[in-house]
Write a protein that binds this ligand. Sequence first.
Ligand code: PEP
Length: 260
Amino acid sequence: MARGYLVAGNWKMNGSAASNAALLEGLVRGVSECPAIDVLVCPPSVYLDSARRHLSASPIALGGQNLSDQPQQGAFTGEIDASMLRDVGCGYVLVGHSERRTLYGEDDACVARKYLQAQAGGLIPVLCIGETLAERESEQTEAVLARQLDAVIAAAGVRSFINAVIAYEPVWAIGTGRTASVEQAQAAHAFIRGVIAKNDVKISNSVRLLYGGSVKADNAASLFSCEDVDGGLIGGASLKAPEFLAICAAAQVLAAAQDA
Ligand code: PEP
């Protein structure tokens, strides 16, 4: 099934008004070379509104990096809800990034609440899942992925994946320069699709699965060529327009071949 490619940039806590403007200008110019793929950028939340203005004439979508798990607005100092993200032009939001899970104590239940709030607010959640190095080395990878997915399926139902994206991000590959091998990435993605297939085969075939973890211009094509990899979630390499655009170009080549 042709799911198309999505290349998403997670800027994390990086940038300034000036550096963002330069980065976005570069992306807007370059993305016209990649008409067969979807491209998403997730800047820090304080810059979303100005990013929206830079992207107004561009097909690049905008996403938040995080949202509140609360079902209503109110006395939640420092939090941002889905409707606010929508208000500043977001169509997507990252949910359950490993940095949120490990540094900010977001457990599976919290991630599931955020996922629900994202969809309730009209956003497409990019659900991030993945194992630590210790979990991989103790052969827990599949158990961890199944547990993280099942928490969301229990809370939101498998049909929620019609309006969601899943990013497989092995924690040991994020920001480390150590990328999963093509075989490791494909095996994990096939396993994820299999967990969803146990609930609904059609949805498992249509949900987009991104790979994240030290994707660079020189490894994107081989990772994206895997049967069950439908693009990437890119951290460090999304902060420089030429590098991010080279990753988009790798996806564009594969997407164009699929369309031919
Ligand atoms: C990420 O932040 O989701 C990520 C994959 O980072 P990096 O590409 O830098 O490993």
